[in-house]
Design a protein around this ligand. Structure first.
Ligand SMILES: Nc1ncnc2c1ncn2[C@@H]1O[C@H](COP(=O)(O)OP(=O)(O)OP(=O)(O)O)[C@@H](O)[C@H]1O
Ligand SMILES: [Mg+2]
Length: 334
């Protein structure tokens, strides 16, 4: 089954062609650079950029796949969670394509997309599918959810952030250190030249077994930065490395706890922060189960992950297929 899939929930415009939920036939992503000037995403600007980009990106995705709309069996698009204007642009565009070509439309939960990125591959040789049940950590710009994936599309929430998402914490600390936006990759780069043991930072405890809180850590970095500045010089790589170690340890500790508590076969990561190589290493050190992480370019938002989740939504309708566009759409309930 060939799915044409569209992602526009935030600041990446993505269009992909995916075969049977796994093989990437083409995957074109345009990251919006207009937000660099504002140091953060302006929702209205994001929606307009998606509108401007969708036509050329769709054409490129189909051309790279050497296909046209007649070769496609279904059209999928993210319907939530995300910025409402941005979601509406992509989902309405995809519905229009489905209607015009007489193909079914599949609404996709973006967070399921981050999970199903672990099923994707490029080339001719299919790697084995992740084995379920699994503990899954979805860490992105707006979410930090630790879930138990009992079966396809069957998720149970174990814990989440009670304040900022992990990606948001990376972005805010990067801004504080004058590194720019988006912060995650810039912190990771700066941290390579630093000593992660330079500063001891607090790992905010929430009292709940699997929840996380990053606001205390963020404030601690702010205080540290001011103190260092007062003394004359901020050793940015050392601060970045210490922050990265602390946040990654917080996440890895919870993943390892869940992997030990539940009878699972796999640990999986998804979302933009899963692109962080130090996070993978931290988790790998603590769990002996197979760890599946999408390659970095499939961790950040893209159309292919929506094609994968769309395929498995059709195949495992169990928890229903979302159709209406919503800014709030949880991956799982407790
Ligand atoms: N190498 C990295 N290390 C840490 N964080 C990273 C890295 N690369 C990207 N990120 C972070 O990932 C986030 C973007 O992830 P993603 O595109 O999945 O988020 P989103 O789609 O905006 O949010 P959501 O998926 O929750 O709706 C940003 O906060 C970015 O800083
Ligand atoms: Mg995302």
């Amino acid at each position: 089954m060939i799915i044409l899939s569209i992602e526009t929930s935030c600041d990446e415009t993505g269009v992909a062609v995916v075969e049977d939920g796994r093989r990437i036939v083409s995957n074109v992503v345009a990251s919006q650079t207009v937000h660099e000037k504002t140091g953060g995403i302006v929702p209205e600007v994001a929606a307009r950029e998606h509108l401007r980009q969708l036509d050329p990106i769709l054409r490129e995705a189909l051309a790279r796949a050497r296909m046209d709309l007649r070769d496609v069996d279904a059209v999928a698009a993210t319907v939530g969670p995300g910025l409402i204007g941005a979601l509406l642009v992509g989902a309405t565009y995809a519905r229009g394509l489905a209607l015009a070509s007489g193909k079914p439309f599949i609404g996709v939960n973006h967070l399921e997309g981050h999970v199903y990125a672990n099923w994707l591959y490029e080339g001719d040789v299919a790697p084995p599918e992740p084995v379920l049940p699994a503990v899954v950590l979805v860490v992105s710009g707006a979410h930090s959810d630790l879930v138990l994936m009992e079966d396809h599309r069957s998720f149970r929430l174990l814990g989440r952030t009670i304040d900022d998402a992990a990606g948001e914490a990376y972005d805010k600390v990067a801004r504080l250190l004058g590194l720019g936006f988006p912060g995650g990759p810039l912190i990771e780069k700066a941290a390579r030249d630093g000593d992660s043991r330079s500063y001891a930072l607090p790992k905010g405890e929430t009292g709940a077994r699997y929840d996380v809180s990053f606001s205390g850590l963020k404030t601690a970095v702010l205080r540290l930065e001011r103190e260092l500045e007062g003394r004359g010089r901020v050793p940015v790589p050392d601060v970045a490395a210490s922050f990265q170690r602390t946040i990654n340890e917080m996440l890895a500790e919870r993943v390892a706890r869940a992997a030990a508590e539940f009878d699972v076969r796999t640990v999986m990561l998804g979302g933009g922060v899963a692109a962080n190589l130090a996070l993978r290493e931290e988790i790998q050190r603590r769990v002996s189960l197979p760890l599946r992480v999408p390659p970095p370019k499939l961790c950040i938002d893209n159309g292919a992950m929506i094609g994968a989740a769309g395929y498995f939504s059709l195949k495992h309708r169990g928890s229903g297929i979302p159709t209406l566009v919503r800014s709030h759409m949880p991956l799982a309930r407790a």
